[in-house]
Design a protein around this ligand. Structure first.
Ligand code: SF4
Length: 171
């Protein structure tokens, strides 16, 4: 049977430093084992995360909780009480061990989340003629919809798809 990556841990509950005494707690799971190696595989498998490979930090949002993975710690917030902390801990440790055991079938991802380009950077790619062919009253209004993903770049016939793709790639 393949070996689990996480074999021993301890859970500690704490109030957030910014809200001492708050009933929205944070669970800190201290890990005996270093989980650095699994982070790029978790990054590939989990949806809704951010990853800093150099700093060995993976952030993941799931079911209203934020998980922060570090080499010897997983932090989860917000957490209501010990019972919920234990349940979330069991689940996340199972996930980490499962991904570790499946890693041969997973393409690791070392990239962090791409940031959307700034409104100004998108606007600079448009001709500023406000011709309205895209269906928006101004180029700036169209740029704003591109930035929040609520329209398609192809709606502006004057926007170079190549240049726009290059801007998105910069992340
Ligand atoms: S079609 Fe292009 S140039 Fe015309 S208003 Fe829309 S974004 Fe501006």
């Amino acid at each position: 049977m393949p070996q689990n990556l996480i074999r021993g841990y301890e859970i500690r509950l704490a109030s957030p430093e910014c809200h001492p005494g708050s009933d929205r707690l944070r669970a800190f799971i201290s890990l005996e084992d270093d989980i650095s190696e699994v982070l790029p595989y978790l990054n590939a498998e989990l949806v809704g995360f951010d990853y800093h490979h150099q700093d060995k930090i993976l952030l993941w949002a799931n079911n209203g909780k934020i998980y922060a993975f570090r080499p010897h710690e997983i932090a989860i917030a917000p957490v209501l009480d010990n019972e919920e902390a234990q349940e979330l801990t069991n689940n996340i440790i199972h996930t980490v061990n499962d991904v570790w055991q499946q890693r041969d079938k997973i393409q690791p991802n070392f990239e962090g989340r791409k940031r959307p380009p700034s409104l100004l950077d998108i606007y600079k790619l448009l001709p500023s003629t406000n011709c309205k062919e895209c269906g928006f009253p101004t180029c700036m209004a169209f740029a704003a919809t591109l930035r929040n993903d609520s329209s398609k770049s192809s709606l502006c016939p004057y926007l170079s798809e190549q240049e726009y793709a290059r801007l998105l790639d910069k992340g």
